[in-house]
Design a protein around this ligand. Structure first.
Ligand SMILES: Cc1cc2nc3c(=O)[nH]c(=O)nc-3n(C[C@H](O)[C@H](O)[C@H](O)COP(=O)(O)OP(=O)(O)OC[C@H]3O[C@@H](n4cnc5c(N)ncnc54)[C@H](O)[C@@H]3O)c2cc1C
Length: 456
């Protein structure tokens, strides 16, 4: 089979697009979900154009092998992991911004463009591409679209889905389909663009993306608030929204995480506090609004509150949030990030439940999250070489999923399903919906060519 696919690809692609070196192929076999199994790809290709992606699909169909698309491999669910004998198609060389249209406020780009590069390019002409996963300086827009990535400013601006207005997709058959529009509005036909957002590479390979842009926002005002109890922070968050505020960022970091960040980066944090809430507000009356949100925190028992208008000082205050993942990575232990979301008013219960689960399973369970979205990332930190500790971490993982569902939440707030969350799909989606989703996949990919075993 390996020889077959190699010959089929060699007949259709320039030689430098094909990688047969085993070490290089293996370097691409896994995303960041280290505990999800990854197979061994037969071959790795890195096309430079839509026509070359079509050629890869034609070769895979001729040789009858599966195809796994990959962006930057920063995914946290195993969605881009290799399947035995597959063609791994890495889109990282399709990294051109093709057009920035300041009149209609949109940009057209290839899928391998890194999120921060798009942000910088549009900022240079006074525009803003809001979706900002914490991985924004390493993840690709193609991967962001395929996972419907969220991020820190979703609480005000929404997720990737809200900014995708058109796609070019190579289907499993090798046909090239264009979806969406170039106008600001359109009511023609079904929304196939939306269908592909969050489809995790199982419906087609995205080769071009048209994104909506907005005017660059004014500098934000920033507040930080420490709380002695997680529940009090949860109640303050809900109250901020009840009183009509629209923060542009609202993040939470719990005590265990504060301690780790402080230990790693010496940031003089209050490590006795139960948690730290970080809030930003931008636009009209941002200074007054941040003061009002800070008062709400105080009313709900915050032990220390501070707010600033100065954007540089604000950026320094929120830097602590971006340090969380690197601080835990420094330990060299296994990290298994959760990604559940609940309605905002249930956040206090979710946070209390997570603490209880950590204690019951005796696992280290620091928590950070996009508190304003109700989207929380408890991080299971454990010794992956210790079978007992690993089993306890996985049991805690499943209990957090069940807790979130019991609170009316979702198993996957922004990271997608991949293989990690696939065992829980039926706990969230009703059987009819799941069957319809699978029928759509089968209609587009009757031979199960694209990323089989992932997402659905
Ligand atoms: C430190 C860190 C912080 C993170 N923070 C966030 C966060 O705040 N919010 C968030 O949402 N996520 C976050 N993530 C997860 C991850 O960065 C996102 O899921 C991201 O969107 C993945 O992009 P990628 O380019 O790395 O895609 P990959 O991991 O390579 O692939 C992800 C999925 O997309 C598919 N895919 C990739 N490109 C294409 C394409 N062109 N066509 C079709 N399918 C494709 C793959 O098959 C796979 O199913 C974080 C990850 C890390 C490591």
């Amino acid at each position: 089979m390996v020889v077959g696919i190699h010959e089929e690809l060699a007949a259709r692609l320039p030689a430098d697009r094909i990688q047969t070196d085993r070490d290089v192929i293996d370097a691409y076999r896994q995303d960041r979900a280290v505990f999800e199994g990854a197979g061994s790809a037969a071959i790795l290709v890195h096309p430079r154009s839509t026509a070359e992606v079509v050629a890869v699909l034609e070769a895979a169909n001729a040789a009858d092998v599966p195809v796994v698309p990959r962006g930057a491999g920063t995914g946290l669910t195993g969605a881009a992991n290799a399947i035995d004998g597959c063609v791994m198609i890495s889109l990282h060389r399709m990294d051109q911004i093709l057009e920035i249209d300041t009149t209609n406020r949109m940009a057209r780009l290839q899928p391998g463009v890194i999120n921060s590069n798009l942000k910088d390019a549009v900022a240079a002409v006074g525009l803003f591409y809001p979706p900002d996963p914490a991985s924004f300086d390493m993840s690709s827009i193609g991967g962001n679209v395929a996972t419907n990535a969220g991020g820190l400013c979703c609480v005000k601006y929404g997720v990737t889905r809200d900014y995708i207005i058109g796609l070019e997709v190579v289907l499993a058959s090798g046909e090239v389909m264009r979806t969406g529009r170039r106008t600001l509005k359109s009511t023609t036909g079904l929304d196939l663009t939306g269908l592909f957002v969050g489809s995790e590479g199982v419906l087609g390979i995205i080769t071009e993306i048209t994104v909506k842009l907005v005017p660059a926002p004014p500098d934000p005002a920033t507040a930080v608030a420490y709380f002695a109890e997680l529940g009090a922070a949860g109640n303050a968050i809900a109250e901020v929204f009840r009183r009509g505020h629209e923060p542009s960022m609202m993040e939470i970091i719990d005590q265990e995480c504060l301690r780790r960040i402080d230990e790693a980066f010496h940031m003089e944090l209050d490590t006795d506090a139960a948690c730290l809430l970080l809030i930003q507000s931008e636009g009209e009356r941002s200074s007054e609004r941040i003061a009002e949100m800070a008062s709400i925190c105080k009313e709900h028992g915050a032990t220390f509150v501070y707010h600033v208008d100065d954007p540089d000082e604000g950026a320094m205050l929120i830097e602590v949030r971006r340090k969380a993942w690197p601080a835990w990575e420094q330990l060299g232990k296994a990290l298994l990030p959760e990604d559940v979301a609940v309605p905002r008013e249930r956040l206090a219960e979710l946070l209390a439940g997570i603490t209880e689960i950590g204690e019951r399973h005796r696992v280290q369970l620091p928590t950070i999250g996009h508190a304003g979205d109700g989207n929380i990332h408890p991080l299971l930190v454990f010794d992956g070489n210790d079978p007992d500790e690993t089993a306890r971490a996985k049991a805690a993982f499943a209990d957090i999923v069940a807790l979130a569902l019991g609170l009316g939440g979702t198993i996957a707030g922004e990271h997608g399903v991949g293989t990690l969350k696939r065992p829980f799909l039926e706990d969230e989606l009703d059987p009819i919906q799941l069957a319809v989703q699978r029928r759509i996949r089968d209609a587009l990919d009757p031979h199960g060519r694209l990323n089989p075993g992932k997402a659905l």
